[in-house]
Design a binder for this molecule. Structure first.
Ligand SMILES: NC(=O)C1=CN([C@@H]2O[C@H](COP(=O)(O)OP(=O)(O)OC[C@H]3O[C@@H](n4cnc5c(N)ncnc54)[C@H](O)[C@@H]3O)[C@@H](O)[C@H]2O)C=CC1
Ligand SMILES: Nc1nc(O)c(N)c(N[C@@H]2O[C@H](COP(=O)(O)O)[C@@H](O)[C@H]2O)n1
Length: 273
């Protein structure tokens, strides 16, 4: 595998990103530092169609994404992103020592079991370029599957984090589909306490981004910093849209513009009541 290096980074990017990255001040002691970062179109789409992997970032900003990965312990995505993109989730930016990322997959119904054996994730765990993923499932699924989930997880080196769902696991809707909804605070607390993860880079997809943007912990946004790459393209009405349920105000906003894309960094302001 070839790695990006500092020579590939646009000049000034480390300085520009510095105050939005984990080594600086931190909102919450009991949670890891949480960076929410993704690439979107001008019409706030992150892919052309549900289930379709779509390149938005220019190579110049893709390098920046891998640089940001190199500064985090874990990379978190929703299960639909695994099913749509078959992502590798490794860090392809050279660092010393080389960053080996822990993928975290939010997967209340453990759908990963149907695709994992043939996935890039599995390949990357086998080659040692990522740590075995942590799969966040509903505790109801764990109860229902009994020993079989432990066997499956053991056979594939998956680590299972079971979280008690809201409303006894029924009736809550994500993107029109009824699924158990898991508390972000519980997920992040467990990642820090049980897995010693100090920083999490959240990449998406829209289900994850939309709910995190409006989530709070101790009366502050749960998101420590927001880094959005904006590509000069419209992806159209069938695209997967980022648009949280409520208004979200940003502060400490900075912009960078490169060959083609722009990057916006900010903090997420606490909701005004
Ligand atoms: N341009 C970019 O930077 C990125 C684009 N994408 C794109 O996004 C699309 C996928 O987005 P979505 O369909 O919105 O799916 P998603 O990846 O956000 O996954 C949604 C699923 O995750 C689980 N989930 C998320 N939050 C949960 C919670 N709090 N409690 C319980 N379960 C939860 C549920 O199973 C839910 O159905 C793909 O097409 C992918 O290509 C994904 C990541 C980044
Ligand atoms: N930064 C960025 N730009 C884009 O244009 C994208 N489509 C994404 N997608 C995210 O990156 C993941 C792919 O990771 P690998 O390169 O396979 O490691 C994908 O799953 C999305 O989370 N990101």
């Amino acid at each position: 595998m070839s790695y990006f290096t500092h020579k590939d980074l646009p000049v000034g990017i480390p300085k520009f990103l510095e105050k939005y990255l984990p080594q600086t001040q931190h909102n919450h002691d009991k949670l890891p530092f949480i960076t929410l970062t993704y690439a979107q179109s001008l019409d706030s789409r992150i892919s052309k169609k549900r289930g379709l992997r779509t390149v938005i970032s220019h190579i110049e900003t893709k390098v920046v994404t891998h640089y940001i990965r190199s500064l985090h312990d874990a990379l978190l995505i929703g299960i639909n992103t695994v099913l749509a993109d078959d992502p590798g989730l490794n860090c392809r930016f050279e660092s010393k020592p080389q960053r080996i990322i822990t993928p975290v997959i939010i997967d209340p119904k453990f759908r990963l079991q149907y695709v994992y054996a043939h996935s890039k994730l599995e390949k990357n765990v086998s080659s040692g370029s990522i740590n075995p993923p942590i799969v966040v499932v509903s505790s109801k699924v764990l109860e229902m599957m009994g020993e079989s989930i432990k066997k499956l997880a053991g056979a594939h080196q998956l680590r299972i984090l079971a979280i008690e769902p809201h409303t006894a696991g029924t009736g809550v809707t994500i993107d029109g589909i009824k699924e158990p909804v898991l508390s972000w605070c519980q997920i992040f607390k467990a990642l820090k306490q049980d897995f010693h993860i100090q920083s999490v880079m959240v990449e998406g997809g829209a289900g994850v981004i939309n709910s995190l943007l409006v989530s709070e912990y101790n009366h502050k946004s749960i998101v420590d910093s927001l880094i959005i790459t904006i590509g000069p393209v419209f992806l159209g009405k069938d695209g997967v849209e980022v648009s949280p349920a409520d208004e979200v105000d940003l502060e400490n906003v900075s912009w960078w513009t490169g060959i083609r894309d722009s990057i916006m960094c900010s903090d997420v302001k606490k909701k005004q009541i």
